[in-house]
Design a protein around this ligand. Structure first.
Ligand code: ATP
Length: 208
């Protein structure tokens, strides 16, 4: 008998809102975490069909002489060009979703699987999810944290913040909103509370 699919819970939010920090807390509870960015990177490095489509769309200059995808070259092309970004997303998003679907059908090791993705609604991933958690923090907090984390200057961070979907829109569509302006300990407590809700109401009793 095929495995019953494990419920999927998306974690999203704007840059620096604390997606990865929240996922770390879910990881401490033993939950399985998938990172959409890592899946996309893996596909671009290893999947011949994905690599061919990227080459056809963006040309050989986005690959190094050794044949590795140059993320910097690709980022330079798509940043600031909505059309090129759409083309890249059209190649990547359906494959990332298919990869996530494959994992949820493998033998379960977690009552639900967390999927961290910056673009949950824009990519169509939300259709595969049982629930979506949106991380929120004030713009000032996010700017400060990203400047500190990435060593970027204020203007660079602001440009990235403003290139993203308005966080209010994502929060309105979310099942759960987690405010992350406080300490990591407060975030951990909120994640622990959510975990209990998810186990009770999203994962539910599994049929044997
Ligand atoms: P991105 O969209 O860039 O991937 P993100 O939403 O995953 O960002 P994180 O990387 O989790 O955000 O957080 C940004 C930075 O802020 C990190 O250095 C993280 O350790 C720190 N951080 C997150 N939450 C807190 C918190 N509650 N208290 C202190 N630092 C925090």
């Amino acid at each position: 008998m095929p495995n019953e699919p494990v419920p999927l819970v998306g974690v999203t939010g704007g840059i620096g809102s604390g997606k990865t920090a929240a996922c770390r807390c879910f990881g401490e509870l033993g939950r399985t975490i998938l990172f959409a960015d890592d899946i996309a990177r893996d596909l671009a490095d290893r999947d011949p069909k994905v690599r061919e489509e990227i080459r056809r769309e963006f040309g050989p200059q986005v690959f190094t002489p050794e044949g590795n995808l140059s993320r910097d070259a690709l980022a330079r092309i798509v940043f600031g060009s909505a059309g090129r970004l759409r083309a890249l997303n059209a190649i990547m998003h359906p494959r990332v979703i298919a990869a996530v679907e494959k994992v949820r059908r493998s033998p379960p090791s977690s009552p639900y699987i967390i999927v961290e993705a910056a673009l949950v609604y824009e990519s169509g991933l939300d259709a595969a999810l049982n629930a979506v958690i949106v991380l929120r923090a004030s713009e000032e907090t996010r700017i400060r944290r990203v400047m500190q984390r990435d060593g970027m200057d204020r203007q660079q961070v602001i440009a990235r913040v403003h290139a993203q979907m308005n966080p209010d829109r994502a929060a309105r569509r979310a099942d759960f909103v987690v405010h992350n302006d406080g300490s990591v300990e407060e975030l951990r407590e909120r994640v622990m509370f959510l975990d209990r809700l998810l186990v009770l109401h999203v994962a539910g009793p599994r049929k044997s």
